[in-house]
Design a protein around this ligand. Structure first.
Ligand SMILES: *[C@@H]1O[C@H](CO)[C@@H](O)[C@H](O)[C@H]1NC(C)=O
Ligand SMILES: *[C@@H]1O[C@H](CO)[C@@H](O)[C@H](O)[C@H]1NC(C)=O
Ligand SMILES: *[C@@H]1O[C@H](CO)[C@@H](O)[C@H](O)[C@H]1NC(C)=O
Ligand SMILES: *[C@@H]1O[C@H](CO)[C@@H](O)[C@H](O)[C@H]1NC(C)=O
Ligand SMILES: *[C@@H]1O[C@H](CO)[C@@H](O)[C@H](O)[C@H]1NC(C)=O
Ligand SMILES: *[C@@H]1O[C@H](CO)[C@@H](O)[C@H](O)[C@H]1NC(C)=O
Ligand SMILES: *[C@@H]1O[C@H](CO)[C@@H](O)[C@H](O)[C@H]1NC(C)=O
Length: 751
């Protein structure tokens, strides 16, 4: 429980911010901006959207137009520090510090659209920076040579440029279309872009987060990656697209990311010409898409052909905790790997418990020690010397720094070791942490076993600790850990979110050296932040093979080829070892090899998204998000969420058939025939028409309809099935979610 509280801290902060945001949100139609807010003479940062300048003039004209909105008092020498950023690519606007009175005045000027207070986003990790250490450093899967010619832009904490992961051996020069610049300690064919969007900041990475995510996406091969001094083995580390280029836009510092800086990063990345954008950050979703600057800015990127990959958030396992859920984003949930930093516990009663230990001691002997559990000392709040010498203490893990230092102290004072069991919410998902002590981490269920054993045999209960180093092939995997944010989306009702599952628990990647010794090191951290760059890397591999594919086509390829079972055919599980559902995993677990050759794709254009925005938000939403004066909702067909040509299908579970249409594009062999295969529970009847799709050309499109009727959901709030188009060579799978009309995320029954 205690650790869950820790994780919720950012959420609580945002709950406090929420009323403020609602009050300060500016509606252009409103006559008075701050009727109900306390007037303040203090200035704060706002992101301001204005109409584009009349003429399609250059940057100077843009700047002049933006400046015409600023209070005249800003013309003085203080203007430099008050005008934070000017935007032309993400939208027409700027970030500026304003008092309430200045904002009131600005809101009355013609051409003003909206203003948002500059909110702070979080990095999507659940680690603490002191989370150092690696024992046996073999990386995750990687494919040499792939990702060639593709540029992955990351919006993050910067990176440690001289880390060997950013060496450019074997990487070709950047494509000539690249317009970016690089101001880092080392720029080469691997690291081609480095910019800080934080005023007065030197490019670097004080947090480690950006070094970790960029090396996960596109780090080069590093042989002999290991944690120095630990005396354990070596391995090769590499990113998912080791041949791709990296452009880092530093938008976060001190573990906080200002929206205004994130927008400035998006702005630069679009101008520079990146192919894939990776955003391991986000806030709590509290606003509709036209009130979310990141959703608005990312739309510009997507409409210029850039795939935007975002973290789903670390607010799980609460249903509806998903963030970054706009349909034009690729939203990534986190799963576990089949790797364990294994340690086991042999009990005096002959039982054995398998756990993990990031501090792997070389254990020559397996000496037995008395086991001690005390309800009052449940969180290891022992005082030194109070009867703990030579004992193995059983405690609940909290991941707090206080507990970490306390453990280090009591082991130093003579305890033989500590077994930390997960809290109930973490269940079976153990986020390993380096305690630099004899600490073994075990599941909540094993915690119960240990407590029962300690209680049953009182003073005679004993255990020994055995370290097994890094093991691979650990089962079950993948498992969705507790922190990964869950669907359904409250805002994008009718669109399944998250989209995809990728490794995000206990991920090993590059890290700045703590000692400044020159050679980089590696670290293991967890979060949807870590899952995101895996998918960005996969997107780069696909983009390298299919440079002409749209962001939606690449997303479709990743979703429809994903795995819904593990390598032995069993279900993917959640943190309690229940079968995971679509709101945990999205379409499934990413499968890079298959994603490169999907057979069919569900494509989407800017016009499709515009029709969806008209349906959801009307003309004002269109004007804010799409900003194309030749498009109006009157001219566009409204696209109900469930009818958007998304690679997953959501329907309302009604007894009368609920019908949706989809169009697939053939990207496989010219002559191919696909047959519909439906997998659904008994209480769903799914009809696909036509049941066969025959193609004779590459790029040919075919439309079909899916009708779902349901007979009794019982207590369920949703049911899951799937539609697969099957040809000789391909299986193109889309999950079908039938949402109970009783739930508040059921799509409108008459699309
Ligand atoms: C703002 O309005 C709400 C109700 O609309 C009211 O309860 C609250 O007292 C008002 N606050 C101020 C500062 O006037
Ligand atoms: C490191 O792990 C690999 C894979 O499990 C194993 O083959 C190797 O022996 C380990 N190295 C050491 C030094 O333990
Ligand atoms: C560690 O090794 C011991 C002895 O070889 C074995 O009994 C135990 O199951 C292993 N633990 C894990 C987590 O595999
Ligand atoms: C870990 O603990 C040892 C002593 O047990 C100490 O020498 C070492 O500096 C510690 N390492 C870190 C990273 O704190
Ligand atoms: C696959 O999942 C099943 C449970 O659904 C589990 O029993 C099995 O061990 C898993 N296999 C692997 C390789 O993870
Ligand atoms: C605006 O929309 C029209 C019609 O779809 C399209 O032809 C044009 O390229 C769009 N303009 C921009 C700037 O995207
Ligand atoms: C596809 O099949 C048709 C007739 O079945 C044939 O005429 C055509 O050459 C084939 N195209 C390819 C690319 O194989």
């Amino acid at each position: 429980m205690a650790s869950f509280r820790n994780l919720s801290v950012p959420l609580l902060l945002l709950t406090i911010l929420f009323p403020m945001l609602a009050l300060c949100y500016i509606n252009p139609a409103a006559t008075s901006v701050h009727q109900n807010a306390t007037k303040s003479s203090a200035s704060r940062a706002y992101i301001v959207l204005v109409e584009p300048p009349r003429s399609n003039a250059g940057e100077d004209a843009h700047r002049q137009w933006h400046e015409s909105f600023l209070p005249t008092s800003l013309a003085d020498e203080s203007s430099e520090s008050r005008l934070l950023h000017s935007y032309t690519e993400v939208f027409s606007g700027f970030a500026v510090r304003l008092t309430d009175a200045e904002l009131d005045t600005m809101a009355k000027k013609p051409g003003f659209v909206r203003a948002f207070p500059d909110r702070t986003l979080q990095l999507m990790t659940t680690h603490t920076p002191e989370f150092l250490g690696l024992k046996n450093g073999t990386g995750f899967w990687s494919r040499a040579g792939y990702g060639k010619g593709v540029i992955i832009g990351l919006l993050d904490t910067g990176l440690y440029a001289t880390h060997p992961s950013f060496d450019d051996h074997g990487v070709s020069p950047p494509p000539t279309r690249w317009k970016g610049s690089c101001k880092a300690a080392r720029c080469n064919n691997k690291l081609i872009g480095a910019k800080s969007l934080i005023q007065g900041d030197e490019f670097g990475d004080e947090e480690g987060h950006g070094t970790h995510t960029s090396s996960t996406a596109a780090g080069n091969f590093v042989t002999g990656a290991s944690y120095h001094g630990a005396g354990v083995g070596k391995g090769t580390a590499a990113g998912i697209a080791p041949g791709a280029h990296i452009a880092m836009y530093k938008v976060c510092a001190n573990r906080r990311c200002k929206q205004s800086a994130v927008l400035a990063g998006l702005e630069e990345a679009i101008k520079d010409g990146v192919d894939v954008l990776s955003l391991s950050l986000g806030g709590d979703t509290i606003a509709s898409f036209d009130e979310d600057p990141i959703a608005i800015g990312a739309f510009s990127a997507v409409s210029k052909g850039i795939l935007v990959v975002c973290a789903a958030g670390n607010s799980g396992p609460r249903p509806g905790s998903i963030t970054n859920e706009a349909p034009w984003l690729l939203t990534v949930a986190a799963g576990s790997l089949d790797r364990s930093f294994a340690a086991s516990l042999h009990l005096g009663n002959g039982k054995s418990i398998d756990g993990e230990a990031l501090t792997q001691k070389v254990s020559p002997s397996s000496k037995s020690h008395p086991l001690l559990y005390s309800e009052e000392r449940r969180y290891c709040n022992y005082k030194s010397g109070s009867g703990i010498t030579g004992k193995i203490l059983v405690c609940e893990g909290t991941r707090s720094k206080t507990q970490q230092s306390n453990i280090h102290r009591i082991v130093g004072a003579g305890a033989a070791g500590v077994v930390l069991f997960n809290d109930e919410i973490s269940g079976y998902s153990t986020m390993v942490q380096d305690y630099n002590s004899s600490v073994v981490q075990v599941s909540a269920a094993d915690g119960d076993v240990l407590i029962a054993y300690a209680a049953s045999s009182e003073s005679s209960s004993v255990a020994s600790l055995i370290y097994n180093n890094t093991l691979f092939g650990v089962r079950p995997a993948p498992v969705v850990p507790f922190f990964s944010s869950r669907g359904p989306s409250i805002i994008a009702v009718g669109i399944l979110k998250p989209d995809i599952l990728a490794p995000g628990l206990n991920i090993l990647a590059a890290w700045p050296p703590s000692t400044g010794s020159g050679r980089g090191t590696f670290n293991i951290i967890s979060g949807t932040s870590m899952a995101t760059p895996h998918v960005s890397g996969v997107a780069a591999l696909i983009k390298s093979i299919h440079p002409d594919w749209s962001p939606a086509a690449i997303k479709s390829a990743i979703l429809t080829t994903s795995d819904i079972v593990n390598s032995t055919g069993g279900s993917i599980l959640d943190e309690q070892h229940r079968k995971a559902g679509v709101y945990d995993t999205g379409a499934g677990h990413v499968n890079p090899t298959r994603a490169a050759d999907p057979g069919l794709v569900y494509d989407l254009s800017v016009t499709d998204y515009a029709g969806y925005i008209c349906w959801l938000l009307g003309d004002s939403g269109l004007a804010t998000i799409v900003r194309n004066s030749s498009l109006t909702c009157a001219k566009l067909p409204k696209v109900h969420a469930v009818q958007l040509n998304y690679p997953t299908i959501t329907v309302s579970a009604t007894s009368t058939p609920f019908t949706v249409k989809r169009t697939v594009t053939n990207v496989g062999p010219a002559n191919s025939t696909f047959t519909a295969k439906v997998d659904a529970p008994r209480s769903l009847t799914v009809r696909v028409s036509p049941e066969t799709l025959g193609f004779s050309k590459t790029g040919e499109k075919k439309t079909f309809s899916v009708s779902v009727s349901s007979h009794g959901l019982g207590e369920e709030l949703h049911l899951e099935g799937s539609l697969s188009w099957v040809s000789e060579k391909h299986v193109v799978r889309s999950p079908i979610v039938a949402v109970s009309p009783r739930g508040d995320t059921a799509p409108d029954p008459s699309p």
